[in-house]
Design a protein around this ligand. Structure first.
Ligand code: ATP
Length: 556
């Protein structure tokens, strides 16, 4: 497929209002694609470049793209930036600049979907000191061969924000319709393979093969998640339950096969190099080929410490101080998904536990089984006493469903209202906070992935964190108006609050009262931030009447 055709389809989809129309249009297109183009198209149409399981990243920010387009369009970088500020969308700005371009490229070649993907792979693969130069060269190459409309979607793809409203659900349904397979088998194959592109390819070649796809080492699957709940409810519904401590660390998936090992984060980034001690401990403890699921806890002077801080320190290679040596990283493994060529996710938790106990001895998270609420409550108090977050209750007969947040896993922890939101803007600080961003604008998402502002946060950020946040956000500035800056979304904050109230100040219609920064959630992906509907639920749950009008705001 030519990239120009892809761009035209994107433009068409962008104009569609309903999800159903999008699904039908995509379903019509899929069978006409070649086996090579199909996976690329399926990812691109969702604004993704690489499979969900892959930790590959283009690794470019908006500034590099502005430089590239300025060069190709014969403009100054500042012209590009002011146009982006005026249009509010880098894609539209690039489209305009390519239209206005005075010289046409002499040797322009028509881009295909495959060419664009191959260039993206080259960009992601470049590393080292010359990598930014190399990425810039590739971005220029793409722009010099692109029509204005192609420029719009190339830009948005490279910024990983296609903005045409196609979600995972629409693409899953489109694959089912296009190749006459049940949505359930597409869904299950997606959970196991973690790449809708490959799922579409298999469905196009042999739909029956979807039922036989297997979990594989070094293709991490999404982690199974938990709902909030109580011991009483869980025992009433399930009878006997398995209970484990809820460790306050960072989730990991450990893969080991044929002598190779890898550790992935909850966002499925490859953390093997950052966690050599965990890799060594597990390698030593495990026999055979496995995929394990667990939580890493950082312990300093015998006490668990905030894991994000440790992780950030480790990631900055030059900043590893002697201090880090005092921190011991301990893995607690609570599940096994694969053993010696066989996927185990369809087995029950109890059966998986037997496998887990037979592949390793140490590092397994202790588990009790009980249907007695008193015994479970005692376990809960012991967990808190030892400095853990609470307990996890799990249904013994339940399979492992990648990415699922259902009733099979329930977390019990003391009530503190916190919420995970995307940072979309900020304000330059004053006084002590001068030359730093002093406050941050936060947003939730709707089911199309559109972001809606819901609060600002400035409290709870100490001086060290101010510096960390400045480093993190300085290259994400898309535009500046006075003190206000707009950030390229991608960073998530967990914030605490006392109450949710209705508000005309934010486009979401809600605001947080007394928002307080807790931490950066760099273990979460953008599609995991709070949904607008969940904010509405929180609002109603806290006793506000459904139809209450705009209240007097108490927000500070
Ligand atoms: P929270 O903010 O409460 O940690 P979350 O959104 O990160 O929630 P949840 O699904 O609510 O994730 O809680 C599950 C998380 O708890 C897991 O992702 C994992 O990191 C952690 N965890 C700690 N101990 C366990 C355990 N024994 N079993 C499963 N998950 C555990």
């Amino acid at each position: 497929m030519l990239f120009s055709e892809f761009a035209l389809w994107c433009e068409k989809i962008e104009e569609l209002a309903s999800r159903l129309e999008m699904r039908d249009l995509i379903a019509e297109l899929l069978p006409g694609l070649t086996a090579e183009d199909l996976p690329i198209f399926v990812r691109f149409i969702r604004g993704l470049i690489f499979p969900d399981w892959s930790s590959a990243h283009l690794g470019i920010g908006p500034n590099l793209l502005y430089d590239a387009v300025a060069y190709v369009a014969g403009r100054k970088r500042n012209d590009v930036i002011s146009l982006v500020n005026r249009t509010g969308d880098a894609g539209t700005a690039v489209e305009f600049l390519l239209k206005e371009k005075t010289q046409t490229s002499l040797f322009a070649e028509e881009l295909t979907l495959g060419d664009v993907y191959a260039t993206f792979i080259r960009m992601a693969d470049t590393a080292g000191s010359k990598s930014q130069k190399e990425k810039l060269r590739n971005a220029r190459l793409l722009y010099s061969n692109a029509s204005p409309l192609e420029g719009r979607y190339l830009t948005r793809l490279m910024l990983e924000e296609l903005r045409i409203g196609v979600g995972e659900g629409s693409v899953r349904d489109a694959i089912a319709v296009a190749f006459s397979v049940s949505p359930d088998s597409v869904n299950r194959a997606h959970q196991v393979m973690n790449d809708l592109g490959e799922v579409a390819k298999i469905a196009s070649i042999d739909p029956d093969a979807l039922l036989n796809v297997k979990i594989e080492p070094f293709r991490p699957v999404k982690m199974m998640l938990a709902q909030a709940g109580s011991i009483e409810e869980m025992v009433a519904v399930s009878g006997e339950v398995c209970a484990e401590y809820k460790y306050d660390g960072s989730r990991f998936q450990f893969h080991s096969s044929g002598g190779r090992i890898a550790i992935y984060s909850r966002r499925l980034e490859d953390l093997t190099a950052a966690l050599p001690d965990i890799a060594d401990q597990l390698k030593e403890a495990v026999s055979g080929d496995v995929i394990l699921d667990g939580e890493v806890v950082a312990i300093e002077n015998g006490k668990p410490m905030p894991f994000q801080t440790v992780l950030r320190r480790i990631r900055r290679k030059h900043d590893v101080s002697a201090h880090v040596d005092q921190i011991r990283m301990v893995p607690f493994v609570f599940d096994i998904l694969y053993r010696d060529g066989v996927g185990l996710i369809d087995l029950s938790l109890s059966e998986r536990r037997i496998h887990l106990e037979s592949v390793m001895s140490g590092y397994i998270a202790p588990q009790i089984k009980s249907e007695n609420p008193d015994e479970l409550r005692e376990f809960y108090h012991a967990a808190l006493q030892e400095g853990h977050e609470g307990i996890m209750l799990k249904v013994p007969g339940s399979p492992y469903i990648p990415g699922n947040r259902g009733k099979h896993w329930v977390k019990c922890k003391p009530e503190v209202e916190t919420i995970d939101l995307a940072v979309i803007g900020g304000e330059w600080g004053e006084g002590r906070r001068a030359h730093h961003f002093g406050s941050f604008l936060l947003a939730c998402q709707d089911d199309q992935g559109t972001l809606h502002p819901v609060s600002r946060v400035a409290t709870g950020i100490n001086d060290e964190m101010l510096g960390i946040l400045y480093d993190l956000f300085k290259d994400r500035v898309i535009s500046t108006t006075g003190k206000e800056v707009v950030f390229e979304p991608g960073i998530i904050f967990e914030v605490g609050y006392s109450e949710i109230q209705k508000s005309q100040n934010y486009a979401s219609g809600y605001a947080l009262r007394f928002p307080r920064f807790i931490r950066i959630r760099d273990d979460k992906r953008m599609d995991e931030i709070e949904m607008l509907a969940q904010i509405q639920e929180r609002y109603l749950r806290s006793g506000h009447p459904q139809d209450s009008g705009m209240q007097q705001e108490k927000e500070q």
